[in-house]
Design a binder for this molecule. Structure first.
Ligand code: ZN
Length: 306
């Protein structure tokens, strides 16, 4: 399977075998100063290089930043201004005639990857999450991916954790993403005196938290608490067994997961909800590619559309 991950900072692709192993891999930085066709040509070149010398492909699976229409996958990734309503699925079908081509939200692909071959393997009710520049997710219920009416189920990042909280990129207030996304957290920490006036990212914040910087530690607490509140709500709603968390911020380890666990235990009180376990994602950087491949390899569980 040819698996593709289209993101704001990089275009990545791999050939994934039926066991979910990434047997070859390549990536390029997402070019910034190009138009829609220029970006497409960059992707085409990456895929051409990767598949040269590979035998027959079984299909093409793609994770792409949202939003998009689904399943047609006319994509308008927030972090890729060159593509607005770009017909990604149609173009890939034309490039790989006769092969199944399936495109889903990139965070959904991470969740699918973690369910198929990662931390949620063998479980029926799993929430997979990515906490980095944004907060995204995908929901597995009864062993199947839940798409929702428009393919947008699993948007845990816009579950409200504080109705009076900061404004969110979606237009709302106090969403989990508004509180816990890396840049939002870094901005909050700067207001408290961390690296004032310097450029700063969520990953640097996580690094400084590990070194014991008190404001950075407080920022991880803030994110962990918001994540715990959102996960408690999701667990009550969906009767989850496992929540797997990946993305840059999850690398803060116990500094994030301890306050998360504390908030979760405070808010998840019903007997069934207390059983949920929250774990770090197992597949790391390749989870999205493994999940994108599973959209085709395991279509019975992970692809409900045509
Ligand atoms: Zn929001």
């Amino acid at each position: 399977m040819l698996a593709v991950d289209v993101g704001g900072t990089k275009l990545a692709a791999g050939v994934v075998d039926p066991d979910g192993r990434v047997v070859s891999y390549d990536r390029v930085a997402t070019p910034a100063d190009v138009d829609a066709e220029g970006l497409w040509r960059t992707l085409e070149a990456l895929l051409g290089k990767l598949t040269a010398g590979v035998g027959a492909l079984a299909g093409v699976g793609v994770g792409c930043g949202g939003p998009m229409t689904w399943p047609a996958a006319e994509v308008s990734p927030i972090n890729i201004p060159a593509w607005r309503g770009f017909p990604l699925r149609e173009r890939l079908r034309a490039a790989y005639p006769g092969l199944p081509v399936r495109v889903h939200n990139d965070a959904v692909c991470v969740a699918v990857g973690e369910h198929w071959r990662g931390a949620g393997r063998g479980r029926a009710d799993v929430l997979g999450m990515v906490v980095s520049t944004g907060v995204g997710g995908g929901l597995i219920s009864g062993g199947r991916l839940v798409d929702g009416a428009s393919g947008n189920a699993g948007h845990i990042g816009h579950v409200v954790v504080d109705p009076d909280g900061p404004p969110c990129g979606c237009g709302g207030y106090g969403c989990l993403e508004a509180v816990a996304r890396g840049p939002g957290l870094a901005a909050w920490a700067q207001e408290q005196g961390w690296r004032t006036g310097l450029p700063a990212t969520g990953v640097e914040l996580a690094d400084d938290a590990r070194r014991g910087h008190p404001v950075a530690v407080a920022a991880m607490r803030r994110a962990g608490r918001a994540l715990g509140v959102a996960i408690a709500s999701a667990t009550h709603l969906c009767d989850l067994e496992v929540v797997a968390i990946g993305g840059g911020l999850s690398q803060a380890g116990a500094l994030l997961f301890d306050p998360l666990e504390e908030a979760l235990r405070r808010h998840a009180r019903m007997e069934f909800a207390r059983r949920v376990s929250v774990v770090p994602a197992a597949l790391g950087q390749t989870a999205g590619l493994v999940g994108a491949a599973a959209l085709v390899y395991e279509g019975g569980r992970y692809w409900s559309a045509g």
